[in-house]
Design a protein around this ligand. Structure first.
Ligand code: ADP
Ligand code: MG
Length: 238
């Protein structure tokens, strides 16, 4: 399906397997309170592709994203993310996996007391090998890429919803992750701001050849996807 929406094919690293889930099943609660949320999910994501995951509220989208993002421990099945098996992974390995992933949430989750570039730099702090003197230049480069070169020192309260979400994208991408997980990144935005945000994600994903898994039920942005997965009641629809 790549190409239908004008996405470049064959970019650097494209085709590499970034996520591979096999028979992944997950439940909340125990005993009589146990509630199955994900059932036998099997999927792969390869470098360079943008995959949209859509489905009704409560269908398990966020839970699946949090498992792939190593934000929650696996229960059953297998899940390889960036070459690492997450089933039974030790906390240090989960942390390591998380540091390799870019996260974008519905509500930007910026820290109000930090300026735009300082918010971006919080992601760099996860990587002790990056010298502190590189923080500002790296943050500036990525904020320029999302069109916020003139807002480097602005605080979140002085940014629009779309601008805040662009700072969040910059924070997610500043480490050049091979995997970006975005949970309803446009749902709090008006349609123009939402369009700008996904266009930027698409352009940067293409340039960096990273895989993007984007959860949404915003049908205004479905056209950026190479593939669309539908989930209902915790099952991917064929
Ligand atoms: P979606 O993102 O598609 O709206 P979620 O993954 O957030 O769905 O939730 C899937 C189901 O799991 C829902 O029925 C929700 O109520 C339930 N659920 C989500 N988080 C928890 C939790 N921490 N504890 C118990 N149940 C939860
Ligand atoms: Mg959700």
């Amino acid at each position: 399906m790549a190409g239908r929406f004008g996405r470049a094919q064959g970019s650097r690293g494209a085709g590499e397997r970034v996520v591979s889930a096999d028979q992944l099943t997950y439940a909340f609660g125990r005993g009589s309170l146990r509630k199955a949320v994900l059932s036998e999910i099997t999927l792969t994501l390869t470098a360079g592709e943008i995959v949209i995951l859509e489905g009704p509220s409560g269908s398990g989208k966020t839970t699946l994203l949090s498992l792939i993002g190593a934000l929650r421990s696996m229960q059953t099945g297998n899940l390889q993310v960036l070459g690492r098996e997450l089933l039974n992974a030790k906390p240090a390995h989960l942390r390591q996996a998380r540091s390799q992933i870019g996260f974008i949430f519905q509500n930007h989750n910026l820290l109000d007391c930090l300026s735009a570039w300082e918010n971006v730099s919080t992601a760099l702090r996860l990587h002790p090998e990056i010298p502190k003197r590189d923080y500002r230049p790296r943050a500036i480069a990525i904020l320029n890429a999302v069109g916020l070169g003139d807002k480097l020192d602005a605080y979140p309260e002085n940014l629009s919803g779309g601008q805040k979400q662009r700072v969040a994208i910059a924070r997610a991408l500043v480490n050049h992750p091979k995997l970006v997980l975005a949970d309803e990144p446009t749902s709090a935005l008006d349609s123009q701001a939402g369009r700008d945000v996904v266009d930027i994600m698409q352009r940067l994903a293409r340039e960096e050849s990273c895989a993007v898994l984007l959860v949404t039920h915003d049908n205004r942005i479905l056209d950026i996807a190479d593939r669309i997965l539908h989930i209902e009641d915790g099952r991917l629809q064929p």
